[in-house]
Design a protein around this ligand. Structure first.
Ligand code: GLA
Length: 383
């Protein structure tokens, strides 16, 4: 998997010149607070120590050449030719970010780009948000624009998703990639985009558990969940479900139809669990944080109905291991990743036990790895 030096090396080797800038944007794993971001709620994600890198240099013509080390692609298009079925699918994120900047009135110049990532692609650790943030950092550097905050950059990434890609995502993935911090998880208030740093106690490791089950249904079911939440907020006369508390639930739920009751119960209790998990981590109470992880998974499985067999299997195996404080699915659901909080001294045993047991039950080969938080997105000038 290409890292920064591989991307720099490939630029020189393939294009026969040196890049002017190199941008980096990390992937993320969400610790807790799932499907709460588009309800103006709270999330507690963490950047991971894997990222997307984009090396670039301006050209003197109006062409953009994109070389992808991950997709083994090399494709050139003309500035302004953003849309259209003829473009390869893997170029859509760079095209989308350029489209947005052009729409905002920036005059882009032609450029050569090499993109590479040591993040697993499409595996639930936000490779797409990291491509968006890295390309955006790179383009703003080529334009000599440094007036945007990390939150504003994240919102631009979200705008690309909504208006160019057609994915009605929330702000968590882009915000984490842009504003993440080495050494901390990030509590994000998705209404105000205020963040607070939260440390995970050193004695615990965050383990990503990639089920190797490709995310199915995610686009259609994601949009449906989001619409159900917005409709519930409208019926209840609140701006977003964030404005409903756990104490309100007994009065509120009977006003909704059964499926919507489950959706609302998940979102409201998940917001509460997220804030409780922040308290638990800050006071070093890993058992309580883990119990909240487990409750989050049950709520996503039973009330929000976004889990799947593979996620349930890996989460249950994880929860049964000695030294595991708690585990839950992470991200949109229907495949992708789960996350576990594990006693650091027992991580190797944990992985050695969960991986083969999962493979025996599902026939899929999972990928389990401990992660640590790395800095949020940024860019470096090389010349
Ligand atoms: C996806 C979306 C995020 C968030 C999660 C669920 O990762 O991109 O905005 O909604 O699902 O928590």
């Amino acid at each position: 998997m290409p890292d920064e030096s591989a991307v720099l090396h490939a630029f020189q080797a393939r294009l026969g010149r040196a890049p002017a800038v190199i941008a980096r944007a990390p992937g993320r794993i969400n610790l807790i607070g799932e499907h709460t971001d588009y309800n103006d709620g709270f999330v507690l994600p963490m950047t991971i120590d894997r990222a997307t890198y984009v090396a670039a240099a301006p050209r003197t013509d109006d062409q953009v050449r994109v070389i992808s080390l991950d997709f083994d692609g090399d494709y050139t298009f003309r500035l302004g030719d953003w849309h259209g079925e003829a473009h390869p699918h893997w170029t859509r994120y760079p095209r989308g970010v350029m489209w947005l900047l052009a729409e905002k009135g920036y005059t882009l110049t032609g450029a050569d780009l090499v993109i590479g990532s040591d993040l697993p692609i499409g595996a639930g650790v936000s490779s797409s948000a990291s491509v968006e943030m890295a390309v955006l950092e790179m383009l703003l550097a080529l334009l000599h624009v440094d007036t945007y905050s990390q939150a504003e950059k994240a919102l631009m990434g979200v705008e690309v998703e909504h208006r160019f890609i057609g994915m009605p995502c929330g702000v968590m993935d882009q915000m984490t990639s842009a504003a993440g911090d080495a050494g901390h998880a990030l509590l994000i208030d998705c209404r105000t985009l205020e963040t607070q740093l939260v440390s995970v106690p050193d004695s615990a490791a965050v383990v990503v558990m990639d089920t190797a089950k490709k995310r199915g249904l995610v686009d259609s079911e994601y949009g449906l969940r989001r619409r159900q939440c917005e409709e519930a907020a409208r019926l209840l006369g609140v701006r977003a479900l964030r404005d409903v508390t756990v104490a309100d639930l007994p009065a509120v739920l009977p006003r909704l139809e059964p499926v919507i009751q489950k959706r609302v119960r998940h979102v409201v209790t998940e917001n509460d669990r997220t804030l409780q998990a922040v308290d638990a981590l800050r006071s070093g109470d890993l058992a309580r944080a883990g119990a909240l992880f487990n409750a989050s998974h049950a709520s996503l499985r039973d009330d929000y109905e976004v889990s799947c067999r593979e996620l349930d299997v890996i989460v249950e195996l994880a929860q049964a291991q000695p030294g595991c404080y708690g585990a839950r699915m992470s991200g949109g659901g229907f495949g992708g990743c789960a996350v576990a909080l594990v006693d650091r001294a027992r991580v190797a045993d944990f992985i050695a036990a969960v991986a083969p047991a999962y493979q025996a039950q599902t026939g899929l080969q999972p990928d389990l790895y401990a992660v640590s938080p790395s800095p949020g997105s940024g860019v470096r000038r090389l010349s």
